[in-house]
Design a protein around this ligand. Structure first.
Ligand SMILES: NC(=O)c1ccc[n+]([C@@H]2O[C@H](COP(=O)([O-])OP(=O)(O)OC[C@H]3O[C@@H](n4cnc5c(N)ncnc54)[C@H](O)[C@@H]3O)[C@@H](O)[C@H]2O)c1
Length: 248
């Protein structure tokens, strides 16, 4: 098999729909094999069927250590190894301080942050065994700048950056890299129905899932072997240039 991910076996969490599904498709298109993990069993199984021999679906709730163990052992039993982990599963919730609850806070940290930590813990030995390996943690522009009404979301996505850097520092000598990806506003089920009229990015449209997948492929592949512990924006210029937008 040829392709930019030939010889790579990936787990993509939250891959039944949205950007995760796009990343799973991209892994297979680039010659890799993928374990699709999600709590949406029907959609995940349909995607695995669509992708054929190079894909398997497992039920994966990222807050469950047992589910992560199953995902890792499925990669090894079905495809022989694991050398890419894309921690993509995520949820969003909103609320200003006077009504944002502890339950909302705990729920979002459990999925967006602890879910990534558990995935890295479960995959660590397999990734080391089959290095060169790459961990791609999906954060957000909300992991770079503050955002009113998104306390748990922003805190979880900032923390993903810190987690990524500690993992990169710990596993670099073992040829396992870790980077974070920071999408701006991307068209997926998560953003359906949101009011995006005040979008201030110089590239004046919301992004497509494939535009994020292209970056994920680069970071997952051996094209990026000297890149670790870094954050990669894919946001139409929102974070760095929003203040400088001029419509001619
Ligand atoms: N869409 C955007 O504009 C945007 C921007 C920046 C970052 N992100 C991040 O990108 C990632 C993907 O977002 P998306 O827009 O594709 O969202 P989405 O809601 O379309 O898809 C998220 C997927 O994660 C799964 N998921 C949720 N909880 C889970 C759990 N406990 N265990 C396993 N899977 C679970 C869902 O079932 C779903 O398939 C998320 O981490 C999100 O925070 C999204």
């Amino acid at each position: 098999m040829t392709g930019r991910l030939a010889g790579k076996v990936a787990i993509v969490s939250g891959a039944a729909q949205g950007m995760g599904a796009s990343h799973a498709r991209a892994v297979v298109r680039e010659g890799g094999q993928v374990v699709i993990g999600d709590i949406l069993d029907n959609q995940g199984s349909l995607l695995a069927d669509e992708l054929g021999d190079s894909a398997r679906f497992v039920h994966l709730d990222v807050t469950s250590e047992d589910d992560w163990d199953t995902a890792v052992s499925t990669a090894i039993s079905e495809f022989g190894k694991l050398n890419v982990l894309v921690n993509n599963a995520g949820i969003v919730n909103f609320g200003f301080l006077d009504n944002y609850s502890l339950d909302q806070w705990n729920a979002i940290l459990a999925v967006n942050l602890t879910g990534q930590f558990l995935g890295i813990k479960a995959a660590r030995n397999a990734l080391v065994d089959s290095a060169p390996s790459s961990i791609v943690n999906i954060s957000s522009t909300a992991g770079i700048t503050g955002s009113a009404g998104q306390h748990g979301y922003a805190a979880s996505k900032f923390a993903v950056r810190g987690l990524t850097k500690t993992v990169a520092a710990e596993l670099g000598s073992k040829n396992v890299r870790a980077n974070s990806v920071h999408p701006g506003t991307i068209k997926t089920p998560m953003t359906e129905g949101m009011d995006l009229s005040s979008l201030a990015a110089p590239i004046r449209r919301i992004g497509e899932d494939i535009e994020v997948s292209n970056l994920v492929v680069y970071l997952a592949s051996d094209e990026s072997t000297y890149s670790t512990g870094s954050e990669y924006l894919v946001d139409g210029g929102l974070v760095n240039c929003a203040g400088a937008v001029v419509d001619e």
